[in-house]
Write a protein that binds this ligand. Structure first.
Ligand SMILES: [Zn+2]
Length: 489
């Protein structure tokens, strides 16, 4: 999860909950979602028929809203064709160890007799004894009703007029061999349409494999969908609510940023991406607050509902650049742990504003203003002289100052590294060149740490940056990264 300019949720004050009435109405919405893994029982799907012939195991999921007030959904799954003695389901684990917490998981055979289940450590193993079986559990979804930091860990939102479903929030992931792919069928009220992060035909989403299921995002109901091919990559925007700008104007900014970032790296890691744009349901007082989350081919942008049209050409759009940049720095190059988040977030933060500038979304002047603001905020950060940038993410990330230390300090460290690399190589190698080199050697995605970065920089002729990195990243040094503003230009 990432937040270019956001604040930790515990700093948000509770605001009038306008969702409550709408939430109550949700009881009337017979929303159900079915996920079919393989396609037995699904007609008119010749694409998958040959797979059925192989007798591959498959799972049919359905999801029903069972208590609108408490936002409880009941997930039912029917598993066919398993010949093994047992089948295991896994709760997807998020970056902070957060994971789906299914309530009352139980399994039964096709005659309704309960089957033994071993549960523990995010795994549920059904002793199905080679027979077909069903599973059932409840999930509590409360995104719009909560004002804690946890709100950002739950991106699924089910409403009277639209729903946004992220796989990891509702589905236990089967540890079964389903190499032929997964179908997710979304049953929606009449008149709703669907947009999804994976290819889909009407309400049927084709998820390439089990690993992709947690990242699968489906938006249905009152979302308007825009599509464009950018540098050979399919970009879709699903946007809800009304804004001070048109959908087309916003999508144009999205596409300009996407084009610039793909050009930076030379190619796109995935053939298609979905941006889902909603109003941020968690607003505090008059605080400007928006944030984004990136997962696989899905990006959710929760924007400030008061966003002014002029801000389409201003630094708030860094959220788009930031989340899309994570496709490389964050996903293709996955951080080994919190100790490397200064790089994942800091370098991404640094480039998000550069991309805005280079895509002419902001001017050089706007970039300079933003850069100075980051530098000043870092200098005034109460932790700047006490906690190193490298240690910020190991600390309390609910603390606004600590979050700022990571993002602001990370920006400045990235800028310093960029300058150092250019100086060492006579301008031949910049920080983006090192990232590109690391991505090219990743061959899909790899886990990276400081050693990976240092080796890549060295391989490109940037010299040994270890000592320099130690000075700026692992030593609290506000004076060094942010000297007084007169010398910033
Ligand atoms: Zn981020």
């Amino acid at each position: 999860m990432c937040s270019a300019d956001s604040r930790p949720a515990n700093f948000l004050e509770e605001t009038a909950n306008t969702m409550t009435r709408a939430t109550r109405r949700k009881a009337l919405v017979a929303l159900s979602l079915g996920a079919a893994i393989a396609a037995i029982g699904l007609e008119s799907c010749s694409h998958f028929e040959y797979r059925n012939g192989g007798g591959e195991p498959f799972l049919l999921y359905s999801l029903v809203l069972s208590d609108a007030n408490l936002k409880v959904v009941r997930v039912r799954g029917a598993v066919f064709g398993i010949t093994a003695e047992r089948a295991t389901f896994r709760a997807f684990e998020g970056p902070k160890g957060k994971r789906l917490d299914p309530i009352g998981f139980k399994a039964a055979d096709r005659q309704g007799r309960l089957l033994p289940v071993r549960a523990g450590d995010g795994l549920w193993t059904v002793e199905n004894d080679g027979r077909d079986f069903t599973i059932e559990y409840d999930v509590v979804l409360m995104i719009e009703d909560r004002y804690s930091a946890d709100v950002r860990d739950l991106m699924t939102s089910i409403g009277a007029d639209r729903s946004r479903i992220l796989g990891r929030d509702v589905f236990l992931i089967p540890e079964l061999n389903l190499a032929d792919g997964i179908l997710v069928d979304v049953d929606m009220p009449t008149g709703w349409s669907l947009t999804a992060s994976s290819p889909h035909v009407r309400n049927r989403v084709v998820v390439p494999d089990c690993a992709e299921l947690p990242f699968t995002l489906a938006a249905s109901g009152n979302y308007r969908s825009l599509e464009r091919i950018v540098a050979g990559t399919e970009i879709t925007l699903a946007i809800a609510d009304s804004w001070s700008f048109t959908d087309e104007a916003f999508f144009d900014v999205v596409c300009r940023i996407v084009a610039k970032e793909i050009a930076l790296f030379g190619s796109s890691p995935r053939p298609r991406y979905l941006f889902v744009c909603d109003k941020n349901p968690v607003m505090g007082g008059d605080r400007f607050d928006y944030y984004g989350i990136h997962y696989g081919g899905s990006m959710i942008l929760l924007l400030d509902r008061r966003l002014d049209r002029s801000e389409l050409m201003d630094t708030p759009m860094a959220i788009i650049a930031h989340e899309f940049f994570h496709n490389w720095n964050g996903e293709a190059l996955g951080p080994a742990g919190t100790e490397f988040l200064w790089f994942t977030e800091g370098v991404t933060n640094y480039y998000s504003y550069q991309v805005l500038r280079d895509a002419r979304v902001i001017t050089d002047g706007q970039y300079g203003v933003r850069r100075r603001a980051i530098s000043e905020r870092y200098r005034e950060n109460p932790y700047a002289g006490k906690v190193s940038i490298g240690d910020a993410a190991n600390s309390d990330m609910r603390d606004k100052d600590m979050v700022n230390l990571l993002y602001d300090g990370g920006f400045l460290a990235a800028e310093a590294l960029d300058a150092r690399l250019r100086a060492e190589t006579g301008g031949n190698v910049a920080l983006i060149g090192v990232l590109k080199y690391m991505c090219e050697n990743a061959g899909g995605s790899i886990v990276v740490d400081e050693g990976s970065f240092l080796r890549a920089a060295s391989a490109l002729g940037g010299g040994d940056l270890a000592a320099y990195l130690n000075d700026i990243v692992h030593t609290p040094c506000p004076e060094r990264l942010a000297p007084d503003s007169s010398s910033l230009e």
